[in-house]
Each structure stands twice: as structure tokens, then as C-alpha cells.
Design a protein around this ligand. Structure first.
Ligand SMILES: [Zn+2]
Length: 347
């Protein structure tokens, strides 16, 4: 079968690899019908050192179950399923807390880590299939497929950002970042009833999407100028929730600049830094809180899916192009060059 491998920064290849097979009785084998390239795939694409043992790529996919191990009970051959970006048992103490990205099961993992398969491929061995996979009540050629695929990561991550930020109908929100997660954080904040949503982003085609998803204001300026503009829009105070969907230290600093006293900074952009201001002059003085982390998207699928099925939300609009596996390396480059927002892969 064919799969996407990353050998180093800027070096993504689609190659023949050994066929994925069931290894454990709790595994399922899934033939991928739709997957995609994530903004977080661009971090290693920009900086990964050259590797002899390349990394399998892709952590968002939908597919058809081809085979199951003897102990799998919740999915069966022929089921269409979505896989969250983290493998989990949906049963341990942390999963029961809705924190599936911290699952304590020894097989809990992220796709592409160690010997795990990746989703940008023809097929995937899915460990802990009962905990990880969720059945989709549609056919693989459903027009809803792009939106249902976002349940694997970007919609759940945007939703998590809003939930961790305490967003409700009385909240004003600033969303920093106009990538797919930032835009779906806008959609999620709107879905949770946020009264005002300020989107900070520079790419007008993307911020136009943001307005469609519910942003009430767009601020294109960054840094001190951007902070001043958000403060001007909010009577000088900033917003109670700030969703940081980028991951750079400058975005965190921007969040500090626009959060209201007593407010929450909710981070879902993978931090590209280990040190950042948290002391008296930054978080402490005005009771600011820092929240967020890898989104336990498995916990949110049952809540979010009905809104996709009945057309209330259409998160699949973040996909602005579709390619086959051969087009994946070019898809990475197009996303890195900001020519595409998010690439859907139909292997
Ligand atoms: Zn667990």
C-alpha cells in the first residue's frame, strides 16, 4: 500500500510501504476514504532534521473498516468511521474525565508516533478500535464528508479552545490565527453563543471565511498595533476569552495584550516555545488564567456530529482543495506557502 512519509524539513514523499495488518485483538484495519494535511504538520515540514527512519504522516482520517481483531465489538467490517487524532481506550480515568489525549492505556498514542500508522495513506491499523473509532451514519460519498472529517481534529480543536476558554452567550472572544483551527474556533464560539468574536488574522480570504463563521470584527494588524485595535474595539478592556490558535510566542504575547482582566487565554496552537511570561506583570497581576492543550476531540464527536448531519454548521468549508495521494507533497508546499488553507486527500 502507499503512505506519506516525512524524511525531514521540506521533504515529504509518498511511497510503497508494507500493508497495514491487524496485530492485536483490539485493532481494526481501516481503508482510508478521506484524510487531510494539518496546520500542525507544517511544524515538522518547516524544521524536522533529516531522518533515516522517516515519520508516517497524517492524523485525521475517515475510512471503511476492512477487518477487526477478535476483541473489537463496537465497529464491524463495512462500517464508515472517523478517527480522532489521538488513539485512546475511551475507558480509563482520564478518558472518563473527557481527557482522551491523556489516556492512560499503554497503547494510547498519536498517529505516526513510533510504529503507529499515519492517516495520509491508503490504510491504517487502528489500535484500541473500540475506544478510538466512531461510526458515521452516512455513505463514504456523502456530501457531508469534508465536514465530518473535521471531527477528527480541527473542529474538535476549535471547540475545545472555546470550551477551555469558558465561552458562553455572555462572552466576548478574541481568536488569534486565521488557519483552519482559528476559523473553526470562531465557528465554535459562535455555536456556543459568544456575543462578540474578534478574529485577528492577515489573510483576507481567510478572515472572510471567519466572518461567514461568525466573526463580528476582523483585526488584520499584529503586535502592539493589533493589540491597540482590539482594545479600541472593546472599550479599552480586551475580551474575557482569548483563543490562541497559532503556537508562536508572539501570538501568546498578543493574547496577553488583548485579554480582559480576570480573563482566560486558551491555547490550542502547538507551542513552539517552552518559556513565556507568567509572572506578576503578565498573568498574575490581573488574575489571568492560562488554559488549553491537545484537544480531546474524541470527547466531543457525539456532541458535534448532529450539528453537521442536520446542516447547522458546515466546518468542511475550511477545505479549499482536494488531491489524491500523489498530490500530497505539493499539498504540503501549498499550505506552507499559504496558497491553500487546508488540503483534503482522497486516496
Ligand atoms: Zn483512556
Amino acid at each position: 500500500m502507499r503512505a506519506t512519509l516525512m524524511y525531514g524539513a521540506g521533504d515529504v514523499r509518498v511511497e510503497d510501504v508494507p500493508d497495514s495488518v491487524i496485530k492485536l485483538p483490539t485493532d481494526a484495519l481501516v481503508r482510508v476514504t478521506a484524510s487531510c494535511i494539518c496546520g500542525s504538520d507544517l511544524w515538522p515540514y518547516g524544521s524536522m532534521p533529516p531522518a533515516d527512519a522517516p515519520a508516517r504522516m497524517g492524523h485525521e482520517f475517515v475510512g471503511v473498516v476492512e477487518d477487526t481483531g477478535a476483541e473489537v465489538t463496537t465497529v464491524t467490517r463495512g462500517d464508515l468511521v472517523v478517527a480522532p487524532f489521538a488513539i485512546s481506550d475511551n475507558a480509563c480515568a482520564f478518558c472518563r474525565d473527557g481527557l482522551h489525549t491523556s489516556c492512560a492505556h499503554p497503547q494510547a498514542n498519536f498517529w505516526g508516533s513510533g510504529s503507529e500508522d499515519g492517516g495520509q495513506a491508503e490504510a491504517v491499523r487502528v489500535p484500541l478500535a473500540d475506544g478510538t473509532l466512531v461510526k458515521l451514519p452516512v455513505a463514504p460519498d456523502s456530501a457531508l464528508m469534508p465536514s465530518l472529517l473535521t471531527l477528527s481534529d480541527v473542529l474538535g480543536t476549535g471547540h475545545h479552545a472555546a470550551v477551555a476558554g469558558g465561552v458562553n452567550e455572555r462572552t466576548s472572544v478574541t481568536v488569534i490565527g486565521d488557519g483552519a483551527v482559528g476559523l473553526l474556533a470562531v465557528l465554535s464560539a459562535k455555536r456556543l453563543g459568544a456575543e462578540r468574536i474578534i478574529l485577528m488574522g492577515r489573510h483576507q480570504a481567510r478572515t472572510d471565511f471567519g466572518r461567514e463563521f461568525g466573526a463580528t470584527d476582523v483585526v488584520a494588524a499584529r503586535g502592539e498595533e493589533g493589540i491597540a485595535r482590539v482594545r479600541e474595539l472593546t472599550g479599552g478592556h480586551g475580551t474575557r476569552a482569548v483563543i490562541e490558535a497559532v503556537g508562536h510566542l508572539t501570538a501568546y504575547e498578543q493574547a496577553l495584550g488583548v485579554v480582559r482582566r480576570g480573563g482566560v487565554i486558551s491555547r490550542v496552537g502547538v507551542p513552539q516555545y517552552e518559556e513565556a511570561p507568567v509572572g506578576f506583570g503578565s498573568l498574575f497581576r490581573h488574575n489571568l488564567r492560562l488554559a488549553g492543550g491537545p484537544a480531546p476531540v474524541r470527547a466531543y464527536i457525539e456532541e458535534l456530529m448532529p450539528d453537521i448531519l442536520d446542516g447547522t454548521i458546515e466546518p468542511g468549508k475550511v477545505f479549499d482543495t482536494t488531491t489524491d495521494l500523489d498530490g500530497v507533497p505539493a499539498g504540503y508546499q501549498a499550505m506552507a506557502d499559504r496558497k491553500n488553507l487546508k488540503v483534503l486527500i482522497a486516496p
